[in-house]
Design a protein. Structure first.
Length: 292
């Protein structure tokens, strides 16, 4: 199923290469939140792949002493990460099995049509016990802008075209990792709340990050002149500044390997949860009534 126009995605990212520095602080914030997960493991990584980090992620990994290859659908954006770097399509990764022990994809997989297939390729590129760290914009991202655009366009034309990309629900994210064969999949949410004194800057930032609309079913006609002013004026405000929310689904998963914890088969437990709770908390006047 083709949801995104990949040629448009590449054009947008090529164009963004000259402007991405304007949003480097937001991209770095998102990347640092993702890379904080490295501090939760004692594993030391030596060979990392940065997918679509826009020149922000690779330097952060190299500062941790991890040799890093950066790749991007746009050769110009790949070059911003410094050598070594390569132009590569996330949907057809060109790397041999077991090439890396860490793959980081910070806000870079949400324009992929076959996300399960891309995740499978990433798992294959990982060594046994290798780690994937990925973040995706989740459902709720740019919800304020989506609602404002839909309402304004409906009022102006009687209908609304898709102008904000569809995003996955958090419940789908861990399932995607599991479906792709990752062990110990975990997905959680972090919100980055952005405040704009000039709401038009939000649209400029999206363009500078390479996040212009690339949905196949997008309306390619020139929008009504009043559409964006009306939508931006309708954005919710906090202390006189327009609000935009970036909701990050942060995903971690391990390539299967020897020695990893394996969950027990359902029904194979030898002790009940109630017995375990009673062992920790002997019955008392306020403890036993919540037990089965």
């Amino acid at each position: 199923m083709t949801v995104f126009d990949r040629r448009a995605v590449r054009r947008h990212r090529d164009r963004a290469a000259g402007h991405v520095a304007e949003v480097a602080d937001v991209l770095r914030d998102a990347a640092e939140r993702l890379l904080d997960r490295l501090d939760d493991t004692t594993r030391r990584f030596t060979a990392a792949l940065d997918i679509g980090g826009r020149g922000v992620v690779a330097p952060l990994l190299r500062a941790r002493g991890i040799a890093t290859l950066a790749c991007d659908l746009s050769p110009r954006l790949a070059a911003r990460a410094g050598a070594p770097a390569a132009a590569a399509d996330e949907e057809v990764l060109p790397f041999a099995p077991g090439s890396f022990d860490l793959v980081v994809a910070s806000l870079s997989l949400h324009w992929v049509n076959d996300l399960p297939g891309a995740l499978i390729q990433i798992r294959q590129a990982l060594r046994p016990d290798g780690l994937l760290l990925a973040s995706l914009p989740a459902l709720g991202t740019l919800g304020e802008l989506r609602a404002a655009l839909t309402e304004a366009e409906s009022a102006l034309t009687g209908g609304a075209a898709p102008r904000v990309s569809p995003f996955p629900d958090l419940r789908d994210c861990a399932g995607l990792l599991q479906r792709a064969g990752f062990a110990l999949p975990v997905a959680d949410i972090e919100d980055i709340r952005l405040l704009y004194a000039d709401p038009l800057r939000l649209l400029r930032d999206l363009r500078a990050a390479g996040e212009a609309n690339a949905v196949v079913l997008r309306d390619r006609r020139t929008p009504p002149r009043a559409l964006f002013p009306a939508a931006l004026a309708a954005l919710p405000e906090d202390a006189g500044r327009a609000v935009a929310t970036l909701r990050l689904a942060i995903m971690t998963g391990w390539a299967p390997g020897p020695g990893q914890p394996v969950p027990l088969r359902p029904g194979s437990a030898t002790h009940s949860l109630a017995d375990a709770l009673l062992a920790e908390n002997p019955p008392g006047p306020d403890r036993d009534r919540n037990l089965p």
